[in-house]
Design a protein around this ligand. Structure first.
Ligand code: GLY
Ligand code: MN
Ligand code: MN
Length: 423
């Protein structure tokens, strides 16, 4: 409210429920912006911030209590709970919003609202504003400006508070445990979906959801960046790439590990793995206050280009190859993204034309990889079908960064030791 100012109002709707198929909904996930501001987990709710309003600046519209509906759908906080439990200054039943909201909009200069995020709700906001415009002759003034709330809110979300970091550490710790469990479980003859079930069990027994659909790709499936079939048998001699994370209090973790299904890296696998690991470590070393957003990517790309030349997968001078982006044949994505309430979290990566400078409290992933798809031309057969990514979550600290995901090994000797102890 300090940023939006006194002659403004901000409107933030809860996420709508989504139908999966006839009469069945997807599991409900609150809108990240709404959750960030309210901590209120129910659908059919709207938060309104009205700086300076005498009867309360923070207003929540929520579903009214309804014993019959609650018998079917579960408990509701109601307006009473919205003020008592969720600390709203004032609360109303959502069924009254059409009568009440125009009064809150009246005589405000600006409406802060994230247009386009929830299209059905956009229509209602436009309806309330237009309704006021038609009443101009009665002396009611409609707001003149619509401002993107995203800009204000998403910059706040980029800097994690101490309380948010507690949740993110927990999310990373639980996801790391799930990856360890998968390493202990995997062996030739088991299926990718059985490994996924282990991950989901580990999340579930900590009362966590997945933060995205897990990627469990054996062998060449590890070269498919968004692989989601997860239904192939695991083969002796192949690697297994797992990209999976969970949510704690809606805060995401996002981890990738790649390890040998039989517990021992082959020489070729190990050679490629060592390059990706060196890139991961070099990129993490580049995360510190004052470095720009692209510094970890540049560090990773340098190591990967060098490594690909050493392996004989690229030919030429490293500096020139790097300039020509030759590594993209094997490394076609970027080295990371912001992480928070969304796995690909909000926040600008550039300010104007310049990369953003890293500051304490920002959380990002570091996830270099090398993918040598079986059909790739000009590649020695011994490397074909090797896909490797190593992904960690890091927080920028005053003097560098803290790795949140160190609970699961990435050192090849440590992985082999862990897997040797599984039988
Ligand atoms: N799992 C999504 C990502 O790594 O970006
Ligand atoms: Mn990621
Ligand atoms: Mn990931």
């Amino acid at each position: 409210m300090r940023q939006t100012g006194r002659d403004s109002i901000a409107i933030v709707p809860a996420a709508p429920e989504r139908v999966r198929n006839n009469d069945v909904h997807y599991p409900y996930r609150q809108d990240s912006d709404f959750h960030y501001l309210t901590g209120f987990g129910e659908p059919e709710a709207v938060a309104v911030l009205v700086p300076g309003r005498p009867h309360g600046e923070y207003v929540l519209f929520v579903r009214d209590r309804d014993p019959e509906r609650e018998t079917w759908d579960g408990k509701r906080a109601g307006p009473d709970g919205a003020t008592k439990v969720f600390a709203a200054d004032d609360a109303f039943p959502i069924s009254d919003i059409d009568e009440i909201l125009p009064g809150l909009l009246e005589n405000q200069a600006r409406v802060y609202y994230a247009m386009g995020t929830h299209p059905e709700f956009d229509q209602r906001v436009v309806g309330w504003v237009n309704g006021l415009r038609t009443q101009a002759r009665d002396g009611r003034h409609a707001p003149q400006e619509m401002v993107a709330l995203d800009h204000v809110l998403h910059d706040m979300r980029l800097y994690k508070t101490r309380a948010e970091l507690v949740l993110m550490r927990e999310s990373a710790r639980i996801a790391a445990g799930a990856h360890v469990r998968a390493m202990r479980f995997a062996k030739p003859g088991r299926n990718e979906y059985e490994v996924m079930a282990e991950l989901l069990h580990e999340f579930g027994r900590h009362h966590c959801e997945t933060s995205y659909y897990p990627i469990v790709g054996g062998g060449a499936n590890g070269c498919i960046l968004h692989y989601h079939e997860n239904d192939a048998p695991l083969r002796d001699g192949d690697l297994l790439l797992i990209d999976a994370g969970c949510e704690v209090g809606c805060y995401a973790s996002d981890i990738t590990r790649t390890f040998p299904i039989n517990g021992r890296f082959t020489r070729q696998q190990r050679a490629v793995y060592d390059v990706v690991l060196e890139a991961n470590l070099a990129a993490i070393a580049a995360v510190k206050p004052g470095a720009h957003w692209n510094a970890p990517h540049e560090a990773a790309v340098k190591v990967i280009t060098h490594g690909l030349v050493r392996l004989g997968l690229l030919k030429g001078r490293t500096a020139q190859l790097q300039q020509k982006l030759a590594y993209r044949k094997y490394y076609m994505h970027r080295t990371g993204h912001w992480l928070g309430l969304d796995v690909h979290d909000v926040g600008d990566y550039k300010v104007g034309d310049e990369w953003r400078v890293l500051e304490p409290g920002m959380v990002l992933t570091i996830e270099p990889g090398i993918y040598i798809a079986p059909g790739l031309r000009g590649v020695p057969p011994r490397f074909r079908g090797i896909g490797i990514r190593i992904e960690d979550d890091v927080v920028v600290t005053p003097d560098g960064c803290e790795v949140l995901t160190s609970g699961v090994p990435k050192d090849p000797a440590e992985i082999e030791a862990l897997m040797a102890a599984r039988r």
